[in-house]
Design a protein around this ligand. Structure first.
Ligand code: ADP
Length: 248
């Protein structure tokens, strides 16, 4: 999905089946989640996932802006995903481009399906995701951060929403693509899972997979989401057991 340019294609899979960063096909990049990273927001979280660094802040339930979006029977969920101009080494035009608008929309829809919005009529729940450093999988890192931030804000939800991208790299199905794999691989399949029900509330796909590969990718993604889920819950436990907190 990222820009490929005219660069030479790197070797993505070694003869031993190891990836460009030495990971196995079913291995996640390292993930660190800090719940409550910002003091001003109602809820927040910071996620470092491989070389991605993503901050999420949640405000609400609060008054709806713009007013005409207000709904009498439920809260609306508004999301703004943004990649900082300095988040990639290639030049990125600052501001909300079409990609950011699309990602914001699909993330808002994913959260709409898990938040108990009827409990807060005529309000807005505002989710801000800022990507400070990007290395593929930022929409998934954004969902993980926003999900922990929503829980930190005390917004009632069916469940947390772990997310991960699975892809196809040199013909093999691989969990949690990094930048080179996303750019030069054959497919990228980001997903977000409601762990309790096993329901996918976000599923996108770029590239090509056979039906069997897709089934394998979904299985791998679901098990990846389940491990990320444990880390999300641990981040919230750490926060509310008086553990980790970054300075204001
Ligand atoms: P995701 O970050 O969810 O994987 P994409 O597949 O669209 O979303 O992007 C893959 C990666 O490509 C991003 O994480 C980022 O590293 C890079 N990228 C995306 N958009 C841009 C851009 N406008 N300029 C430079 N790099 C970008």
């Amino acid at each position: 999905m990222g820009s490929v340019g005219a660069k030479e294609v790197p070797v993505l899979l070694s003869p031993e089946g190891l990836r460009i960063d030495g990971r196995k096909l079913d291995e996640l990049r390292s993930i660190r989640i800090v719940a409550g990273a910002l003091h001003q927001a109602d809820g927040s979280a910071f996620v470092e996932w491989g070389a991605n660094k993503v901050m999420a802040a949640v405000y609400g339930p609060r008054e709806v802006h713009p007013r005409h979006l207000q709904q009498n029977n439920k809260a609306i969920v508004q999301c703004r995903y943004n990649m900082a101009a300095f988040s990639v080494d290639e030049r990125k035009r600052p501001g909300l481009d079409r990609r950011s608008q699309e990602i914001s929309k699909v993330i808002a829809e994913a959260f709409e399906s898990v938040i108990f919005a009827e409990e807060f009529p005529r309000t807005s729940i505002d989710v801000y995701i800022e990507v400070l450093q990007a290395n593929a999988g930022t929409r998934c890192a954004g969902i993980v951060a926003a999900s922990v931030a929503l829980a930190d804000a005390g917004i009632p939800m069916v469940d947390l929403l772990p997310a991960v991208a699975v892809g196809k790299v040199s013909g093999a199905i691989a969990l949690d693509l990094k930048k080179e794999e996303d750019n030069f691989g054959e497919a990228d399949l980001p997903m977000a899972l409601v762990p309790q029900s096993g329901r996918l509330v976000l599923l996108q796909m770029e590239g090509h997979m056979t039906r069997d590969e897709l089934a394998k990718a979904l299985d791998l993604g679901v098990s990846g989401c389940r491990s990320i889920y444990e880390k999300m819950k641990q981040a919230l436990r750490d926060r509310y057991a008086g553990g980790t907190e970054v300075a204001a």
